[in-house]
Write a protein that binds this ligand. Sequence first.
Ligand SMILES: C[S@@+](CC[C@H](N)C(=O)[O-])C[C@H]1O[C@@H](n2cnc3c(N)ncnc32)[C@H](O)[C@@H]1O
Length: 213
Amino acid sequence: MITKTIPNSLFGDCIDSLIAYRSVYRSHCEQFRDELPSSSGNREGFIRNTNIRHNTELVSFASTYALLKDHSPDLHGKKVLQIACNVGLFLEYLIVEEGVVGTGLDKDEHVVELFKEHAPFPLVVGDALSFPLEHEGAFDLVVAHHFLDQHYVSRRLLPQLVAEAHKALVPGGALVTGLSDLPQDILDKSPFAEVVRYGGLVDGYDNLVLCKS
Ligand SMILES: C[S@@+](CC[C@H](N)C(=O)[O-])C[C@H]1O[C@@H](n2cnc3c(N)ncnc32)[C@H](O)[C@@H]1O
């Protein structure tokens, strides 16, 4: 396990870039906000993202963004899979502003159906516990933002999620997981060759980059 601290300047730059992009987020979301049924359970989160009025939401994206930038300063052209991307706002930002080649995956059929027409990237319905075969060895980076956490996935299934992300990566690729909570024994048994734990970001969460050999 390697530990690193994200410099304040990098974290600050990431926050600034996301603030600058905020108006684009908003106009994109405004188009769809009334189409989501309130029963979907995602509407609340969606509207929170739409407003990004609580800077905590924005700062949370900035944490994962800072991990990505520290690990891979030039993201241009990188093949990125975001698992549990929900409406894909963060991925869209990475595509538009950083030039990544993105694919988004979420198991919520309703959200994917609604957004896949409008998303500037393939947005697919899928379970992060079992990717389609064509995803094997296909990505430079797998991003899991605020997802690898016992709150969203049962502890029993977390090792399988980590293993599945490992399979989706090219040799030398990395799983970048901000605002997560991965127990140490799961990290110790994971197939990844190296784990980098970052400080200097949102407290109370794991912010990790897991590197494949
Ligand atoms: C808290 S959100 C994650 C935040 C999101 N990454 C973002 O950028 O806003 C939880 C998301 O995980 C998705 N999800 C939950 N379990 C999943 C699974 N096994 N595979 C894929 N997506 C899953 C849900 O549909 C929901 O969209």
